[in-house]
Design a protein around this ligand. Structure first.
Ligand SMILES: C[S@@+](CC[C@H](N)C(=O)[O-])C[C@H]1O[C@@H](n2cnc3c(N)ncnc32)[C@H](O)[C@@H]1O
Length: 259
């Protein structure tokens, strides 16, 4: 990959994920070993979420920001010919090892989901679970996903809910009950210089703006899910308080169809 072609945030996030890659090996191994998906930070059961169609036989699928590649593995096991793209060579090294150990055929590409080196209309299904969905600029990656999909192709993605992003204090501390930034105009969230646990550059939009972008990019919305933490979860995850996430949506999932 020619890293000079990356957007500023993609270059920053590449470093961020390379630095963290070893911390994601164990969870990647657990998820590769699962036959049934669990979704998001709260590891929610598949029932009622079902981001991946049950049968992908004969179809081409792409995971945008595949990380350790377990979502790609779940799609390949449902019959798809799968491409996973990720900007972090460290994450891809884990994905490559696990694909070999599990003997699951997945083509892993080192690159940015904002400029995917694949032809127009070459996929039937695209997905992102906290990959492009959080770390890429929606005004770039949503039109890019539309370009990659055939008419009638589907996009599913899961990421943080904008309400959660509003409730993170500027210090980078755990989300609380205060709105720390305006909802209107929500777009780029730069956590690289915060006091607590400095991180990457994330993106989100107001819900109405997501919907306008989908329509402008040629997508129809099939389903929108606002996800909550399970009632029996007590421990906090990734700067999210379990009690917060039982009362309001910490995560969202969208299912779209390319017109
Ligand atoms: C949280 S992981 C997502 C994978 C997996 N579903 C998970 O939840 O662990 C986030 C991934 O997004 C990748 N990423 C960040 N920016 C990206 C970009 N511009 N293009 C492709 N991948 C990107 C990171 O390298 C990282 O592997």
């Amino acid at each position: 990959m020619d890293t000079t072609e990356l957007s500023d945030h993609a270059a920053h996030n590449r470093e961020h994920w390379n630095d963290m890659a070893d911390q994601w090996v164990a969870s990647g191994e657990d998820s590769w070993a699962r036959s049934t998906p669990k979704w998001g930070s709260w590891e929610l059961p598949d029932e009622g979420i079902e981001l991946i169609p049950p049968d992908l036989s004969g179809l081409r699928a792409i995971e945008l920001g595949c990380g350790t590649g377990y979502v790609s593995a779940w799609m390949a096991r449902r019959g798809a010919e799968v491409v996973g793209i990720d900007v972090s060579d460290g994450q891809l090294a884990t994905a490559r090892r696990l694909a070999a150990e599990h003997d699951v055929p997945v083509t892993l590409v080192h690159g940015s989901a904002e400029a995917v080196p694949e032809p127009d209309a070459s996929f039937d299904f695209a997905i992102s679970e906290y990959g492009a969905a959080l770390w890429c600029d929606p005004y770039v990656w949503i039109p890019e996903a539309a370009r990659l999909l055939k008419p009638g192709g589907r996009l599913a993605f899961l990421s943080n809910h904008p309400l959660l992003q509003l409730c993170y204090p500027p210090s980078g501390d755990t989300a609380d009950e205060t709105l720390h930034r305006p909802y209107f105009g929500l777009h780029r969230l730069d956590w690289s210089e915060v006091e607590i646990d400095p991180g990457g550059i994330e993106f989100n939009l107001p819900i109405s703006e997501w919907m306008r972008l989908f329509d402008d990019s040629g997508f129809d919305v099939d389903e929108f899910l606002e996800l909550r933490a399970p009632a029996d979860v007590a421990e906090d995850r990734y700067a999210m308080r379990a009690e917060w996430a039982k009362q309001g949506p910490s995560e969202m999932a969208w299912k779209l169809t390319r017109r």
